[in-house]
Design a protein around this ligand. Structure first.
Ligand SMILES: [Zn+2]
Length: 147
């Protein structure tokens, strides 16, 4: 099957116009896609397919802030300086399906601080402005397993 066709079976469009990768998958979200004999993030493959080559030194970033989104209109090139933010996004994308869509804006540091904290999960949830279950999942290492 051509890569473009294979790609098109992997996402679903949501009400914000985002092409949500692996939307049907109830398992862990995987952002990767085999393209040109290379394993790359799905949004990177999407950019190349729809918009063209990515110049060296550039990374593909999300304008819509949804790391699972592969809509080329929501993608833009950034410089390598943004690489760090990009990496954070990719890590979020590997989180359990569902959590990738919560509106949290936690960073890796927040998560580490949370786990190290002696405060109750309720207190932490209020402090970081996230749902109690978000904190619970972090503490139980159901999400943010990579750190
Ligand atoms: Zn989007």
């Amino acid at each position: 099957m051509p890569a473009e066709k294979r790609f098109a079976t992997k996402y679903a469009v949501n009400d914000r116009g985002c092409w949500v990768w692996n939307a049907q998958s109830s398992k862990f979200r995987s952002c990767s896609f085999w393209f040109r004999k290379e394993r790359m993030t799905a949004y990177r493959a999407s950019y190349i397919m729809h918009k063209g080559e990515i110049p060296s030194g550039y990374v593909v970033r999300h304008k819509c802030d949804d790391p699972a989104c592969v809509n080329p209109e929501h993608l833009e090139l950034g410089t390598q300086k943004d690489n760090c933010a990009d990496k954070v996004l990719r890590n979020r994308c590997n989180a359990k399906a569902g959590s990738a869509h919560s509106n949290t804006s936690l960073t890796e540091k927040d998560v580490l601080d949370m786990r190290a904290s002696a405060d109750s999960m309720k207190t932490l949830a209020a402090h970081y402005g996230v749902h109690y279950m978000t904190v619970y999942d972090i503490m139980k290492r159901r999400t943010w397993k990579h750190i």
